[in-house]
Design a protein around this ligand. Structure first.
Ligand SMILES: Nc1ncnc2c1ncn2[C@@H]1O[C@H](COP(=O)(O)OP(=O)(O)OP(=O)(O)O)[C@@H](O)[C@H]1O
Length: 313
């Protein structure tokens, strides 16, 4: 049984205990147990089809588990949502079209038990300038901001975001995450699914890696990187462009990535010592300027998920 109480004895913000969900033959969520605490900013990562959206749907009570339990603040998800404790921004889902941005946000605020002033919500979401525009005339990035505004119309304790910055340009993404940081700093729990690993690395204080509906890693970005144990090996080769080089390198032990570009070779390896040893063992290659360094979350993620593919194939 998962420990669903925090230190002060309060119920956890989110508690999944042995949750399973299948669609026909497809097992989207496979025995997931998980506890989220107040004030955490948590990134949910996973390749396409890993079960991220299904997990969020279960969390929000939009789907029911086949087995196991999902609790928000110690009760059923529906109860927490009806009480306005949860703000959610889902991936798709149509917006009402023939209304202005202000009308739509006002409508959502009226449904919330503890709404913020509409002007504040519009300003925080960066929508003041387009408040009078019809929703169906917005760009993709502006539509995302409207979804964000709808998730934050009122005071809540948990914000759930499914790929929130998809379609936003770099400036909009930065502004969005600055806002999210403020939300987290004021004690809210923020859970977001993303394909942008650099966002998870920069924003989240906890990272969950999901694959095939199971949790592969759970910890800080630094812990997840360390757990994957992946390191970058880079070197130059003379002469450049040796024919079939990438194919020759690929069977070296531990490799998760091979990139050859002109003189420059960049590898990612789960066992850098073994890779380098075998590299010199190839005999006819003379690596120069060889460096072995730590890697980013993206490569750690690739290593964790490809290792699982290999063991479950
Ligand atoms: N309504 C459904 N009916 C049948 N299969 C579904 C349904 N929803 C999801 N699936 C399947 O369940 C698995 C998990 O899907 P899910 O959308 O939860 O993953 P995801 O991690 O959010 O993927 P993505 O990154 O592509 O959004 C996939 O194999 C998907 O095809």
């Amino acid at each position: 049984m998962t420990d669903t109480r925090d230190v002060a004895g309060e119920p956890a913000v989110v508690a999944f205990d042995g949750v399973t969900k299948s669609y026909g033959e497809v097992r989207a969520v496979a025995g997931l147990s998980l506890v989220l605490r107040p004030g955490e900013t948590v990134a949910l990562l996973g390749p396409n089809g890993a079960g991220k959206s299904s997990t969020l749907d279960l969390l929000l009570g939009l789907r029911r588990p086949d087995a196991g339990t999902v609790r928000l603040f110690g009760g059923a998800p529906e109860r927490a949502i009806a009480a306005g404790r949860v703000g959610a921004m889902l991936q798709s889902g149509g917006l009402m079209e023939d209304v202005t941005v202000r009308e739509l946000v006002t409508f959502a605020a009226r449904l919330h038990p503890r709404p913020y002033p509409v002007d504040d919500t519009l300003a925080v979401a960066g929508l003041t300038g387009v408040a009078a525009q019809k929703v169906n005339k917005l760009s993709g990035g502006q539509e995302q901001r409207v979804r964000f505004a709808l998730a934050t119309v009122g005071d809540c304790d948990l914000i759930v975001l499914d790929e929130p910055t998809t379609g936003m340009d770099v400036t909009a993404r930065r502004a969005f995450w600055a806002t999210m940081r403020e939300q987290a700093a004021s004690g809210r729990t923020v859970l977001f699914a993303t394909h942008y690993l650099e966002e998870a690395d920069a924003i989240a204080d906890r990272v969950l890696v999901l694959n095939k509906g199971r949790l592969l890693a759970d910890g800080t970005a630094a812990e997840v990187k360390a757990r994957a144990g992946v390191r970058r090996i880079s070197f130059d080769l003379e002469p450049a462009g040796t024919a079939g080089l990438a194919e020759r390198l690929r069977p070296l032990p531990g490799l998760t990535e091979v990139n050859v570009s002109g003189h420059s070779v960049r590898l990612a390896s789960r066992d850098a010592d073994a890779t380098v040893h075998a590299l010199y063992g190839l005999g006819d290659l003379y690596p120069r300027n060889l460096e072995v360094t730590g890697l980013g979350l993206e490569q750690a993620f690739i290593a964790l998920t490809t290792a699982e593919e290999a063991t479950t194939a």
